[in-house]
Design a protein around this ligand. Structure first.
Ligand SMILES: Nc1ncnc2c1ncn2[C@@H]1O[C@H](COP(=O)(O)OP(=O)(O)O)[C@@H](O)[C@H]1O
Ligand SMILES: [Mg+2]
Length: 254
């Protein structure tokens, strides 16, 4: 597939919530954005600026009030199996083992048993959970459950992955470990990723572009290119260039 292929196209999208008694909330105002094949785009912006709403619209969990969204050239009207999601609360099934959680999507999609076994093994190893295949989610730490979540998302082989502050609830160390793992997985899998975070360093470490959103109006303020070479690791954070970009982002968000 061509890297210049447009995977997500957001055209003049606005979202107004009717909150009753004639009151409305302008959750998104005139959003225009294209995300191309194999891009890793991060979205940052203050709380309430519409980041989650935008992902919900792309995932077809809600509809824009005006404007339109295309995924792989098709108008978004219903949830698309090619679009995977990882949100902040864990979506792991508490009654299923790690192995069965990861295998769940492929089984539902009718992937042959032999292949399900291979996929499950592959992604459990990729997120470093080998040895925990039979564990139940309640026997795992928050970071490990997040790993299951990430493995589940990739095991579904989506073309596009929407991630809404997936590591937001984790402690700093666990978060860094998962960032490294996500970088590594993405280097081999090259999905198109749209990743929401309020952590500027996370956006700079992971993203190829950063969409900076503003609050009131809830719209795109600017889009930055992140020039750091790949493969990346967390040493990147110590470079002068990184710190300069961090400051630039910080100034934009102030
Ligand atoms: N279902 C909803 N009903 C009413 N208002 C909502 C709903 N979802 C989000 N909002 C409002 O829309 C705005 C954007 O919310 P959200 O997309 O969650 O922001 P972010 O994810 O950037 O913090 C906020 O003012 C929020 O209160
Ligand atoms: Mg949100």
């Amino acid at each position: 597939m061509n890297q210049s292929e447009e995977k997500i196209r957001i055209e003049n999208v606005s979202k107004i919530f009717d909150i009753g008694k004639g009151n409305t909330i302008q959750a998104l105002v005139d959003i225009n954005l294209s995300v191309y094949n194999e891009e890793f785009v991060c979205i940052v912006g203050p709380s309430g600026c519409g980041k989650s709403t935008l992902l919900y619209l792309i995932a077809a969990l809600d509809r824009p009030t005006s404007g339109r969204i295309l995924v792989e050239g098709e108008l978004v009207t219903k949830p698309n199996p090619k679009v995977g999601m990882v949100f902040q609360p864990d979506s792991v099934f508490p009654w299923l083992s790690v192995r069965d959680n990861v295998a769940f999507g492929p089984i539902i999609r009718g992937v042959p048993e032999e292949q399900v076994r291979w996929i499950t093994k592959n992604y459990i190893e990729m997120v470093g959970l080998q040895g925990f295949e039979n564990s139940l989610p309640r026997q795992l730490s928050g970071g490990m459950k997040k790993r299951v979540d990430v493995a589940r998302a990739f095991a579904n082989n989506p073309d596009i992955l929407l991630m809404d502050e997936p590591f937001g609830a984790l402690d700093a160390m666990t978060k860094e470990k998962l960032q490294i793992e996500l970088l590594r997985i993405w280097d081999t899998e090259r999905k198109t990723v749209l990743f929401v975070t309020h952590d500027l360093e996370e956006a700079l470490v992971l993203g190829s572009r950063i969409v900076v959103m503003s609050r009131a109006p809830n719209t795109i303020q600017t889009v930055l290119d992140v020039p750091f070479e790949r493969p990346r690791d967390l040493l990147l954070k110590t470079s002068t260039e990184f710190q300069q970009m961090r400051r630039q982002l910080w100034d934009l968000l102030k």
